[in-house]
Ligand binder design. Sequence first.
Ligand SMILES: NC(=O)c1ccc[n+]([C@@H]2O[C@H](COP(=O)([O-])OP(=O)(O)OC[C@H]3O[C@@H](n4cnc5c(N)ncnc54)[C@H](O)[C@@H]3O)[C@@H](O)[C@H]2O)c1
Length: 343
Amino acid sequence: MAPNADPPVRIGLIGAGRIGTHHATALARHVPNADLLAVADAFEEPARRLARELGVRDAGIEELLDEESVEAVVITASSTAHAELIARSATAGKAVFCEKPMAMSLTEADAAIAACQEAGVPLQVGFNRRFATDFAAAHAIISGGGIGSPQLLRSLTRDPGLANPSAVPPSTIFTQTLIHDFDALLWLNSGAAAVEVHAFADALVAPEFKDAGLLDTALVTIRFTNGALATAEASFSASYGYDVRAEVFGSAGMVTMGSPAPHTMQHWSADGVTRRTVRSDTDLMHESYAAEFAAFCDTVRHGAPVTVGGADAKAALEIALAAIASVEQGRPVRVDAIRAGVA
Ligand SMILES: NC(=O)c1ccc[n+]([C@@H]2O[C@H](COP(=O)([O-])OP(=O)(O)OC[C@H]3O[C@@H](n4cnc5c(N)ncnc54)[C@H](O)[C@@H]3O)[C@@H](O)[C@H]2O)c1
């Protein structure tokens, strides 16, 4: 550390599963302004394994929240636990970073946001696409007027993995996967709000699980307050790898972003031209995860404005809930009806 450099933010992480393992490793090794102190989980074994791997403490959740040296909590537990863990962390006086979705209902989201406001602690939510260099560059061009007024937007997530279809709750494609696309669309569309949502979804990848409620393929159309129209689509069976892309077409041009390849290298040979693809979000999006944590630590240490806060996360959740209602009811659903709890 350079002399007089500010000390890194001391972090405790709750949730030692798949993404928790990635994020804890990133915080411990790849985010210079973070210092991972401890890891907790609802179960002892995952926390102990991860803590041992990284040479940090494993702790109970309460113990981690009581620990004075922990300044900030990163929540990577299962989605259903997020809202409560946000409120508990805020009440303990910790700055909060929570993976998406921040809550499973708008009531829960409101309570979590209120808890952070009352405690006076920052809340950042894990919409990491905003920190991918190509998405950030596209956003800067849109904000600078480089494509005129956004008119048509599209965003997609294609995930190669459907390891255990019977374990996927029906709303997963909307609340866990497409919620990234909903946030990206809201952000790229110059802050316009969503007005109306019409969603279609089916079990095209694993039709044998359709009766159990699995939805593995979805298309969502969204109309915004600025008149722009968007589509978001997701699939759980991209044979070629993990694929995240977006496009914004406007009155004076277009920006495109994202790729299923982690870098631009192409292999030209007698077999043709190939690009390497990867099979997981953590391989494709690693740099954006590290960048979102660097921004969070800058907020905690220097008071930099929160980049993606509770209100942003709630707006994306509203679209997800409208999409779920639209599929259930087989018709377009207005987002204000979701807000009012009458859809
Ligand atoms: N931003 C992204 O790109 C991204 C990618 C993957 C996952 N996620 C999100 O991260 C979260 C975790 O996903 P995952 O794939 O790691 O799941 P996972 O099932 O692998 O891990 C979840 C962990 O949380 C623990 N847990 C469950 N309830 C808990 C509680 N009440 N308190 C403490 N720990 C608890 C479990 O024991 C488990 O170790 C989900 O909300 C998911 O949506 C985000």
